[in-house]
Structure formats: structure tokens, C-alpha cells
Design a protein around this ligand. Structure first.
Ligand SMILES: Nc1nc2c(c(=O)[nH]1)N[C@H]1C(S)=C(S)[C@@H](COP(=O)(O)OP(=O)(O)OC[C@H]3O[C@@H](n4cnc5c(=O)[nH]c(N)nc54)[C@H](O)[C@@H]3O)O[C@H]1N2
Ligand SMILES: Nc1nc2c(c(=O)[nH]1)N[C@H]1C(S)=C(S)[C@@H](COP(=O)(O)OP(=O)(O)OC[C@H]3O[C@@H](n4cnc5c(=O)[nH]c(N)nc54)[C@H](O)[C@@H]3O)O[C@H]1N2
Ligand SMILES: [Mo]
Length: 774
């Protein structure tokens, strides 16, 4: 048992002294504090580098220092003084390394040399870049079909790297591009794409300054997008409403103080950001939005009867939308009982939410993983769109839809063609420009890629960043699938578990991070990224590379491509010599990137444009589309009973304050008051006792799924928490073994990481989860 765990409710506001103290402590403890500080001062500044943390954008005109506590942690993590070099690998077999925790693995420092797995000694041995590329080429050329290879991308890859990668992979012959966005905002892209003709947010930073109301749905910005707290706070100060919809009372949403307001820090005061905080059932957001629509419809009818000002924006609806009649019929057909039962909210709470929405002329709705990681996430996103369309809250200043992205360039990677189902026009453009016959069959997403490897249909797995083995569902099963491969390749900055779950052959290819100077034939290079507001800007590394053997991501991709394809369809070395040449190719293919090289010279970059924000609807009907979906009959479906009766609790998996996805910076979750451990599960105290436990007890968590496989994590400590009855929360990735591979969003294929049916059992004697989980 872990004696070091401490549970202590957090008293201070979010993002103030506590935040800076935490950064200072972690830096003082690290050997590279000063180097990090130098790097940090260049974060998100002109000629500096884009923060490798989240995808929140900044106002291009603001003079503020644009970093936050968690951005600082991300920078410090990359600027490690320690090395995972050939000597390190000589000291440890892969089997030994696999016994270490995820935290330990990344803490060992930066990868320095290309390494190849040697099965005989069970060690990674140093190899040359040329030999590594030749090995990749041999394996890819030996496959019966290019569709037997999977090419994963994590969302930190730059536009330049992503564009080259997709060009290489399509010229090789497949659309198999599983990527982190399959597990992230896929539902936002599909839902908004169908309804509005664009799969991206319709707002820019300035809209937040003009909004009368900002809804924050299923998102924890205090931890995951801390720079978003500033516009939220300003909104409250000028009298706008901030409406939070989240079953957990997240500290950062309740109140906070900003480090750049010294007076407030001295008085320890804090502004109340939330004017209302609704706490729905997990997966209850679609029902809540339907309830809001139903109130609006009731009031609209009353207004018509009484000759009062209408509630709907009829001019907007008539000019710009299609499908209202069917949608209102669906709203009428949805009983109130269904709405209250599924949303987990009382009728008067839903009415209050609807009133707050109605009294605002300009509303922005933001959301993140609380909305997208459910089975019915696509219709939930579309219901948010429906509500916004009713009052014309799309395509006017201060209003719109804002799916707040995760990884700093996940949105840009999609724009560059990292997409297993690319649009026809994109493929046509590639074909015309590069003169090869592009693959037209849809490729595999993350879930499909795991199945293909499991069934032996995919034999080579290449990852441009990320930690596929830990970020994906059904951990032991996914690990087994990866181990079936003939070759696994990881392009990475730090050691993680994916490198230890090897195929028969395995390569670790170490790359430069975003903080580092990237020197190529024509001198230092910048790379570009696109933020959540479709702003594209350039990023220049600032510090010396950690090791002279490191290569940039574009150079590594070019090396693989050349070994596989020769100088086809482009001269790979030539374009890598000057990334401006890659950007010229992007200009040729991707609309919005005309004069790419000139436009990135503008301080703050340029906006890609968003058709929906200009009321241009690239949908089938040429209008913004209301979607008339029905609420799911029940969120718990038959597959979750498993012959074991009803679930004890519904579990959501989320991020602590001390992690970046699978990267753990530490074991604390300051705002939730947990220190020194991550194997905890939060639940309502009444539920804990009803289930025969008491707070502080340890339990095994077993998930329920129809395939009858055992899915278990052991020895989690029960923490009593202010959380609605029937719900639980625990950290990702430790709980990924509980997420069934087949439990994913309809049409989005996103694993349902926010809705897992579980039972609690007394802790099994072994007590702990094995570090390697497989
Ligand atoms: N520091 C830091 N920053 C990050 C990341 C990180 O790990 N660390 N990750 C990055 C990435 S890739 C992403 S995608 C984003 C993730 O950003 P978030 O989406 O904020 O991340 P989660 O921790 O998954 O938090 C989900 C929130 O949704 C709530 N929630 C869960 N289920 C429901 C539901 O059914 N309904 C509602 N209304 N709420 C629900 C949870 O209580 C929690 O507050 O952050 C990005 N930024
Ligand atoms: N249960 C559960 N599962 C989830 C989620 C959840 O909420 N719950 N969230 C999902 C979401 S939203 C996402 S986005 C995915 C994230 O999935 P991934 O993107 O695959 O995972 P990360 O943990 O972000 O990847 C971290 C690794 O990236 C490498 N890395 C860091 N910087 C760089 C770089 O500059 N270049 C390269 N090449 N490598 C680098 C490092 O080696 C590091 O170990 O996880 C998903 N999985
Ligand atoms: Mo994400």
C-alpha cells in the first residue's frame, strides 16, 4: 500500500500563487532551471516558439507574457538535463525497463541516439540513421499491401512534419492514419462538419471579448487550458455570464486569480468566474441541450401568442438554415421526463440554463473531452449547434462554437492531411500536383488500427510522436496487438511505454523538440502550427539541441521516405534543406495557405478563415443544418450488463493537474487535493458506503462489457468527493485497461473514456497494478 498518499482539499484559488510556487519548486529541483527559464521567456512570443502545451490561442495584439503553469511544465519537461543514451540502454534490458512506471520512464531524460531492439540480448542497441531508415524500407517493401502498415500521428507534430509525413505515406500507398484526434475531438469534427460545413471552431480570440455569455461544457481549463482563464475572468468582470457544465466542481472554473494581476495576488482575492454551475450526469449534455431547446420553443410559442418579441432569430433561421421543422418536431417529441432523467438535472436547473442562454445576444459555447468521449458524442455536438442556430449564434461577432483542442497542433495536422478519410478534393490535388496515383480507400483510425494489428492484418506500426500503447483503450489487448507486429517505430523525444511494447523489430528514432534550434542546409528553420482559432503561426526553437545525433521530425520523415521511395514524388533532401520549400508545397495543395511563406512573417501569424463564421455553409443543402436526432433511449446499454447485473458506478477518466496526457510530471493533483498518488478513484461518499466500502479503502475496478473479457485495475484508493451520485472519476492512462476497445462513439470511433460501467470489488491480494500493465 502507498503510505505517502495525502488527501487535502485545496483552499486557494486556481492559477495564482499556488501555480507559480509549484513551477518554482519543480524547477529548483531540476538541473536545468535557468535553461528552462530562458526558453520559457520565448514561449508564444514573436520569433519564439509555440508553447508545446495546449492548443489555446492568444490575442495576437496582447503584450502579455503568454505562458502558464502547465505550459511551463511542458517546456521544462522537454528541456531535461538528463539523457537516455546508448549507455542507459546498455544498463537495462527492455524487460527490466517495462517494470518501471510511466513516470520513471519519461523522467530518465531525453533520447539521444537512434536505437534498434535486439531480441537476443533484450536490449536496445545504438544504430545509425542510415541503417534505421534501411530497416524501415525493408519491412515496408516486404508487405503484401501498403495497407498492412499503420502510421500514427500525435498532435504535437508541426504542419511541415505532418505534410511531409502524409505525402510519404500516400506515395507509399495507404490512408492508414490513425491519430490522436481519433481519441479526442473527432466527434466535434464530424458533428460540426455535417451541420455547418466546417469541422473547426468558428470563433477567434477577440470573440471572447465580445460575448455576453460563454458556456464551458465538459472542459477543465484551469488545468488543461490555463490561458483560457484570462478571457473567462475578463468576461465576468465586464458583466458577461460564464456558465459551466461539469459534474465535477473544477477549481479553475469556480474562481481563480491571475498571476499577472499583482494586486490581487497580494490580497489573495479572486474573482468569481462562474455565474452558474450545472452538474449533469455523465453523458447528460445532449439531454440538457435538448431541454434548453425545449424551453426556448415553449417561450417562442408564448411570445407568438402574446405578440411579444420572438425568442428565435427568424431572420437568421430563414436565410441561413435548413431542417428547423424536423428539429422542432424532434424537440416536441422528447418528453421532459426523458430530459431530466438523462441529464441528471432538475427542471428548474435546465430552465435557469435556458434563461441565461436566452438573455444573451452573443453566446460562445466551448467544449472538450467531457462532450466528445461518449457513444452519442456526434449528436451531442450537433445538439449544441442546434441550440446556437435557434438564436443565430453562429457567424456573428462574439458568438459561435469553440471545440477547444488538445495538443498544440492537432488541428493543423488534420489541415495538412493527417486524416484516414481524406476529402476527395485533397486527394485530387495531391494527385495532380505530385503525379502519383493516390490511394482512395479509407484508412484505419486508432481503434481500427488496433484491430488490424490484433488480427494480423497490419504488420508495421510507425508513430510520429505520442504514446500509442498507453493513450489507447483496452491496454493489455492493445499491447498484445502491437507485439504482433513485425516492426514498430517510434519517433520521440523521451522514452515511454510504447517503445517497450516492441514488435519483432523495433526502432526508437530520437527527434528535436520544439524548444530546440533546428539547423538544416540553409540555416535555422522555423515550423508552423495552427491553434484552436485557426491562427497559423511560426515557431523557432531557442536552445541548443540536447544531442548532436538528434534529427528534426521533417528530416526523419524525409530519411524514411527516401529509403522507401527514392526521390519520388519529390526530392526529400532538398525540401528538408529549407522548410520554406515544404510550405510552398502546402500552398499548392491546401486552400487558405496561399503565400504561406509571406504570411507567416506577420506578427502573430494569419487566420485561415472559417466559412461558417462568415455564414457560408459548405453543407449538402448549402445551409446550416439543424439535426433532428433522438436522445439515446438509455445511456447504459445492454452491453454493459455483462451478466453481472447493473454497474455500481459510471466512471469517467480524466487528467490530473500534474500530467500532460500520458506524460506524468508528478503525482499531485493540487486543485482536487490529492498528493503523492494516482491510483485513486473519486466517488460520492454515500455511494462508497452504500457499496460496502469507506473512504480510504482500496478496491479493484472491474469494467462491464458484453464480450466477457476481464478488465480490471487493482488496489485503487476510494476518495470521497463532491460528485453526483452514481458517478466516479479516475485518472487516465492508469484506467485505460478498463475501456473496452469496442466501446466507442457512433461514427466517431472515439473510445468512450468518459463513460465506463464499473463494479467495485475488494482489493485483490496483489494490491497493485503491475507497472507494465501487460
Ligand atoms: N496540462 C495539460 N494540458 C492539456 C492536456 C493535459 O493532459 N495536461 N491535454 C491536452 C489534450 S490532448 C486535450 S484533448 C485537452 C483535454 O482537456 P479536457 O477536456 O479539459 O480534459 P479532461 O481532463 O479529460 O477533462 C474533462 C472534463 O470534462 C468533465 N466531464 C467528464 N465527463 C463529462 C460529461 O459527460 N459531461 C460534462 N459536461 N462534463 C464531463 C470532467 O469532469 C473534466 O472536468 O487538454 C489539453 N491540454
Ligand atoms: N482513458 C482515456 N484515454 C485517453 C484520453 C482520455 O481522456 N481518457 N484522452 C485521449 C486524448 S484527448 C488524446 S489527444 C490522446 C493522446 O495520445 P498521444 O498523443 O499518443 O499521447 P501523449 O501522451 O500526448 O504523447 C506523449 C509522448 O509524445 C512524445 N513527444 C513529446 N513531444 C514530442 C515531440 O515534439 N515530437 C515527437 N515526435 N514526440 C514527442 C514523448 O515521447 C511523449 O512520451 O490520448 C487519448 N486517450
Ligand atoms: Mo486530446
Amino acid at each position: 500500500m502507498n503510505d505517502k498518499i495525502r488527501i487535502r482539499p485545496y483552499a486557494g484559488p486556481a492559477a495564482g500563487w499556488g501555480a507559480l510556487k509549484s513551477v518554482a519548486q519543480s524547477w529548483l529541483a531540476s538541473a536545468n532551471g535557468i535553461k528552462s527559464l530562458r526558453a520559457l521567456l520565448k514561449t508564444n512570443q514573436q520569433n519564439g516558439f509555440d508553447c508545446p502545451g495546449c492548443a489555446w490561442g492568444d490575442s495576437p495584439d496582447s503584450g502579455l507574457v503568454k505562458f502558464c503553469e502547465n505550459g511551463a511544465k511542458a517546456v521544462n519537461w522537454e528541456v531535461s538535463a538528463r539523457s537516455v543514451d546508448p549507455a542507459f540502454f546498455a544498463r537495462h534490458t527492455v524487460t527490466e525497463l517495462a517494470k518501471q512506471s510511466d513516470y520513471w520512464l519519461e523522467y530518465q531524460g531525453r533520447l539521444t541516439h537512434p536505437m534498434r531492439y535486439d531480441a537476443e540480448s533484450d536490449r536496445y542497441l545504438e544504430t545509425s540513421w542510415d541503417d534505421a531508415f534501411a530497416l524501415v524500407a525493408r519491412h515496408l517493401q516486404e508487405l503484401d499491401s501498403p495497407n498492412e502498415a499503420e502510421f500514427y500521428t500525435s498532435g504535437r507534430a508541426s504542419n511541415e512534419a505532418a505534410f511531409l509525413y502524409q505525402l510519404f505515406v500516400r506515395a507509399y500507398g495507404t490512408n492508414n492514419f490513425p491519430d490522436c484526434s481519433n481519441m479526442c475531438h473527432e466527434a466535434s469534427g464530424i458533428g460540426m462538419g455535417e451541420s455547418l460545413g466546417v469541422g473547426k471552431g468558428t470563433v477567434v480570440f477577440d470573440d471572447f471579448e465580445k460575448a455576453d455569455a460563454i458556456f464551458v461544457i465538459g472542459q477543465n481549463p484551469g488545468t488543461n487550458h490555463p490561458r483560457m482563464l484570462e478571457p473567462l475572468r475578463e468576461a465576468v468582470e465586464r458583466g458577461a455570464q460564464v456558465v459551466c457544465i461539469n459534474p465535477l466542481r473544477e477549481r479553475g472554473l469556480e474562481r481563480f486569480q491571475h498571476p499577472q494581476h499583482p494586486l490581487e495576488m497580494l490580497t489573495n482575492g479572486s474573482a468569481l468566474t462562474n455565474t452558474a454551475y450545472f452538474r449533469p450526469a455523465l453523458g447528460g449534455d445532449m439531454a440538457l441541450m435538448r431541454g434548453i431547446a425545449k424551453f426556448l420553443l415553449t417561450w417562442e410559442r408564448e411570445a407568438t401568442e402574446q405578440g411579444l418579441e420572438p425568442v428565435f432569430d427568424h431572420a437568421f433561421i430563414e436565410t441561413h438554415t435548413s431542417g428547423l421543422g424536423d428539429y422542432l418536431a424532434a424537440v416536441d417529441a422528447t418528453p421532459w421526463e426523458h430530459i431530466t432523467e438523462q441529464s441528471g438535472l432538475a427542471l428548474d436547473e435546465i430552465e435557469l440554463a435556458a434563461k441565461m442562454y436566452r438573455r444573451s445576444e452573443r453566446v460562445i459555447m466551448c467544449w472538450a473531452m467531457g462532450v466528445t468521449q461518449h457513444r452519442h458524442s456526434v449528436p451531442t455536438v450537433q445538439e449544441i449547434v442546434n441550440v446556437q442556430l435557434l438564436r443565430g449564434n453562429v457567424g456573428k461577432p462574439g458568438a459561435g462554437l469553440s471545440p477547444v483542442r488538445g495538443h498544440s497542433n492537432v488541428q493543423g495536422d488534420r489541415t495538412m492531411g493527417i486524416n484516414e478519410q481524406p476529402p476527395e478534393w485533397f486527394l485530387d490535388a495531391l494527385e495532380q500536383r505530385f503525379r502519383f496515383s493516390v490511394p482512395r480507400d479509407p484508412g484505419d483510425n486508432a481503434v481500427q488500427a488496433i484491430k488490424a494489428m490484433e488480427e494480423g492484418r497490419a504488420k508495421v506500426f510507425v508513430a510520429l510522436g505520442g504514446n500509442f500503447a498507453q493513450a489507447t483503450p483496452d491496454t493489455p489487448r492493445t499491447h498484445a496487438a502491437l507485439r504482433q507486429c513485425r516492426l514498430t517505430v517510434n519517433i520521440a523525444t523521451k522514452l515511454n511505454r510504447s517503445h517497450l511494447v516492441t514488435g519483432q523489430d523495433s526502432l526508437i528514432l530520437p527527434c528535436l523538440g520544439r524548444t530546440e534550434i533546428d539547423r538544416q542546409a540553409t540555416g535555422p528553420q522555423g515550423v508552423t502550427v495552427e491553434d484552436s482559432f485557426s491562427m497559423v503561426h511560426i515557431s523557432y526553437g531557442q536552445i541548443e539541441p540536447h544531442s548532436p545525433a538528434l534529427r528534426s521530425e521533417p528530416a526523419i520523415i524525409a530519411g524514411m521516405a527516401k529509403a522507401v521511395l527514392g526521390n519520388h514524388p519529390i526530392d526529400w533532401d532538398h525540401v528538408v534543406g529549407d522548410y520554406g520549400r515544404i510550405r510552398v508545397l502546402v500552398s499548392d495543395i491546401v486552400p487558405g495557405f496561399e503565400d504561406f511563406n509571406d504570411r507567416i512573417r506577420h506578427p502573430g501569424g494569419f487566420h485561415l478563415g472559417n466559412a461558417a463564421a462568415q455564414c457560408l455553409w459548405n453543407t449538402g443543402s448549402g445551409k446550416a443544418q439543424f439535426s433532428a436526432s433522438q436522445l439515446p433511449v438509455s445511456l447504459i446499454h445492454d452491453g454493459m450488463h455483462n451478466g453481472a447485473g447493473k454497474p455500481d458506478l459510471i466512471l469517467q477518466t480524466l487528467r490530473s493537474h500534474d500530467q500532460y496526457n500520458t506524460t506524468l510530471y508528478g503525482l499531485d493533483d493540487r486543485y482536487r487535493g490529492v498528493f503523492g498518488a494516482r491510483d485513486v478513484i473519486f466517488a460520492n461518499e454515500a455511494d462508497i458506503r452504500l457499496l460496502g466500502f469507506k473512504p480510504g479503502d482500496r478496491a479493484d475496478l472491474v469494467s462491464l462489457w458484453e464480450d466477457g473479457r476481464e478488465r480490471r485495475v487493482s488496489g485503487f484508493m476510494l476518495v470521497a468527493y463532491d460528485l453526483p451520485r452514481g458517478q466516479a472519476a479516475a485518472y487516465y492512462p492508469e484506467t485505460n485497461p478498463l475501456v473496452p476497445l469496442d466501446s466507442y462513439g457512433d461514427r466517431s470511433y472515439t473510445p468512450t473514456s468518459k463513460f465506463i460501467a464499473i463494479k467495485l470489488e475488494p482489493a485483490s491480494p496483489t494490491g497493485r497494478i503491475p507497472a507494465q500493465l501487460s
